[in-house]
Write a protein that binds this ligand. Structure first.
Ligand SMILES: Cc1cc2nc3c(=O)[nH]c(=O)nc-3n(C[C@H](O)[C@H](O)[C@H](O)COP(=O)(O)OP(=O)(O)OC[C@H]3O[C@@H](n4cnc5c(N)ncnc54)[C@H](O)[C@@H]3O)c2cc1C
Length: 350
């Protein structure tokens, strides 16, 4: 059988692209070097945050709104829960990029939100230690995505629409008329001209000391950004620093987590949310693929119009997977998309 398009890499981006491409009636081959929903790339670790008041740039808001719709479609198609609405708090000083940027996006796009001062926050979450000048933007529609289930749901939905997915196979561009490269942290090997840096991240799961309410939050304090995701399936509360890791490669990454790293995150929790600082239940490492401006890469590979490159998401891409899949299907099927992707052009980086 011949295929219209080959998707290389079936992490969340490649799996979402395979789903959207097969929905358009294209004959899709997906190849993945490892197993379905494996833990060596960027799309594992049980949960991800999805939020609308995007502090990184307001231009992401229309994309994330479309993503919410498509996550709903995938849930209905797959018949499984992939999204749980929890709300979220973006905490920091009013002038921090996190609070200021979230507020700008929320106001500009009329998103459902509220700003709380330290006194209100202390009253609502007595087990969290807010400083006097700290505030929080509460976003009501934010929540949690269940990630391995999402990757498998995309793959199953693609298969049901006729896509052929092969695992344990290394893909190379050029094996069909069109190619989508969704290789995540392996992308530097396939498209070495892109200036990408792969960054190691550590995830920690803790058993809270007390059952005090602690919401989903991102907290910018003293120049470090830590986030926490409530326990959704008895794995513990997840805690991690955002963009705090060493530069590495998927082959050479340090997979073990040191005692110094554990002590560091525990010290941070002790000064912010001591109630979460209980027994460590589990750790994992995960990879970000960063661009210099931390915006995504989505578009034709420089000099190769039949190759679409997606994925370097600089640590914030999971929530966009279904809309990125839709954009890929637009580009492969029609050569253009209605979505605003100029900011993500691969050639801006070269
Ligand atoms: C710790 C952590 C926390 C994060 N938190 C959030 C969050 O809260 N919200 C959010 O929106 N995003 C978050 N992200 C980012 C998000 O998870 C990633 O942007 C997303 O998972 C990237 O998916 P991907 O498919 O591009 O990469 P990957 O999942 O790495 O998939 C790439 C795949 O390609 C395969 N591959 C590579 N080369 C080949 C080849 N030649 N042949 C065959 N297969 C190949 C790999 O084996 C891999 O399976 C987080 C990421 C991490 C690591």
């Amino acid at each position: 059988m011949s295929f219209d398009v080959t998707v290389i890499g079936l992490g969340v981006m490649g799996s979402a692209a395979a789903w959207q491409l097969s929905r358009r009636g294209l004959r899709v081959l997906g190849v993945e070097q490892f197993t379905p929903a494996h833990d060596r790339g960027s799309s594992h670790g049980l949960t991800r945050v999805i939020r609308k008041a995007y502090y990184e740039h307001p231009a992401y808001v229309p994309l994330v709104l479309r993503s919410y719709e498509l996550w709903g479609e995938l849930e209905r198609e797959a018949g499984v829960e992939l999204f749980r609405k929890t709300g979220a708090f973006m905490i920091g000083r009013p002038e921090s990029a996190l609070v200021r940027g979230s507020l700008e996006s929320a106001r500009l796009h009329g998103l459902n939100h509220r700003l709380l001062g330290a006194a209100e926050l202390r009253a609502r979450f007595p087990s969290m230690s807010f400083r006097d000048r700290e505030v929080a933007l509460e976003e009501f529609d934010a929540g949690v995505l269940l990630v391995e289930d999402a990757v498998l749901a995309f793959q199953e939905a693609a298969r049901r629409r006729g896509a052929e997915l092969r695992f344990g196979v290394e893909g190379r561009p050029g094996s069909s008329a069109k190619t989508v490269i969704a290789a995540g942290p392996w992308l530097p090997k396939l498209v070495p001209r892109l200036p990408l840096k792969v960054e190691r991240q550590v995830l920690f799961w803790f058993e809270p000391r007390t059952p005090d309410p602690v919401p989903l939050f991102m907290w910018d304090r003293d120049g470090r950004l830590l986030y926490s995701i409530p326990d959704v399936r008895d794995h513990g509360v997840k805690v991690a620093f955002h963009h705090a890791g060493e530069i590495t490669t998927p082959e050479s990454v340090r997979r073990e987590v040191s005692q110094a790293e554990i002590d560091d995150v525990k010290a941070w929790m002790e000064t912010t949310v001591p109630s979460l600082n209980g027994a460590l239940k589990k750790v994992a490492t995960c990879l970000y693929t960063n661009t210099p401006d931390e915006h995504f890469v989505i578009g034709p590979a420089p000099g190769s119009p039949d190759v679409v490159v997606v994925s370097p998401c600089s640590g914030h891409g999971f929530k966009f997977a279904p809309v990125v899949g839709e954009i890929v299907a637009d580009l492969v099927g029609e050569g253009r998309t209605r979505h605003p992707i100029d900011r993500f052009r691969p050639d801006r980086l070269m």
